[in-house]
Design a binder for this molecule. Structure first.
Ligand code: NAP
Length: 316
């Protein structure tokens, strides 16, 4: 089995930044960018303009930014594998990383597998029903599709994502409804105000979508009011889930300490996980900030932590 100093799993801003720093520190990292698990580049590959990443005063397209990250990591000698990691064995060192076609041993590992948007199991929203035919979990990726144009659109959730997606969708839909299960938004005050004031947005409080129906595409939602239990049918062109994210840590269960929702726990002020020699960065360990720039920042931290740990091991 090929032996590597450092394996990096994940190819968002965190993984690539870790690779840039590790490659420049002569650690010859190998980076698994994924294949079936989603596009190389992570969540920014499914966004349009990124306006808050410092250094780009005019903004930059998400995919372009991520291609830059990738090229920069390759330029310094990162070996990039276009495959998924199926499992890791962290029970002894060197660790074993089993990819779809490559098995390697690694002295240290950086986990940067990010998080994936959550979906609800509603009748009509499942695979083979209206999923990706009017039901999606990413307004920014799919909102411009012709099926949503001038139709009533429904966003489920009450956080910043729901508000952000609803505002984004006002460019396309005839009207946008935020369907929220409670009577108050979780979103930050400034975002909540934007939604409440927006002439094209209406918030349906204490409500949920029970069923989505249609023909080739979504035509109706069946809304339930949780206060009185009444069900109401409304015309609909699309349903967008904005109910948070699930960290991609399934393959690490039982091997690394996680919080109850599956986010990796890192030691205060560092990227060290519960297993010595394994580091975590980006959204996989961050339920709070979840920004490209914070992911990149923790990616840098993970590479520095790994480099220091590896040199301590060598000098022992
Ligand atoms: P979030 O803050 O966790 O909000 C998720 C929302 O979905 C909540 O309103 C929650 O309802 C609802 N929800 C969860 N499970 C549900 C279910 N099973 N059925 C119905 N509703 C459900 O997630 P987020 O909005 O993705 O934001 C995550 C983090 O990213 C936050 O820290 C946020 O501030 C940040 N963020 C910031 C921006 C920005 O500043 N521009 C944009 C996006 C995200 P309850 O309220 O009842 O729990």
């Amino acid at each position: 089995m090929e032996k590597k100093k450092l394996a990096i799993i994940g190819s968002g801003p965190a993984g690539y930044t870790a690779a840039i720093y590790a490659a420049r520190a002569n650690l010859s990292p190998i980076l698994y960018e994924g294949f079936m698990t989603g596009p190389s580049g992570g969540q920014l590959m499914t966004t349009t303009e990124v306006e808050n990443y410092p250094g780009f005063p005019e903004g930059i397209l998400g995919p372009e930014l991520m291609m830059n990250f990738r090229s920069q990591s390759a330029r310094f000698g990162t070996q990039i594998l276009t495959e998924d990691v199926e499992s890791v064995d962290l029970s002894k060192r060197p660790f074993v990383v089993r990819g779809t076609s490559t098995h390697i041993e690694a002295e240290a590992i950086i986990i940067a597998t990010g998080a994936t948007a959550k979906r609800l199991d509603i009748e009509g929203a499942r695979d083979g029903e209206f999923w990706q035919k009017g039901v999606t979990a990413c307004a920014v990726c799919d909102g411009a599709a012709p099926i949503f144009k001038n139709r009533p659109l429904f966003v489920i959730g009450g956080g910043d994502s729901a508000v952000e997606e609803a505002i984004f969708l006002t460019k396309y839909g005839s009207r946008v409804y935020i369907v929220h299960r409670r009577d108050a938004l979780r979103a930050s005050k400034i975002m909540a105000q934007r939604a409440l004031k927006h002439p094209k947005i209406e918030i349906l409080w204490n409500s949920g979508i029970e069923k989505i129906s249609g023909d080739q595409v979504v035509r109706k939602v069946h809304l339930k009011n949780f206060n009185d239990g009444k069900i109401e049918e409304r015309e609909a062109g699309g349903v967008f889930f904005a109910i948070g994210h699930q960290p991609n840590t399934e393959f690490l269960k039982g091997q690394l300490e996680m919080n109850p929702t599956g986010y990796l726990i890192v030691k205060n002020g560092s990227t060290r996980t519960s297993c010595e020699g394994v580091f975590a960065c980006g959204d996989v360990q961050d339920p709070t900030y979840r920004q490209a720039v914070t992911a990149a920042g923790t990616g840098c931290m993970a590479a520095l932590d790994a480099e220091r740990w590896l040199s301590e091991m060598e000098s022992e």
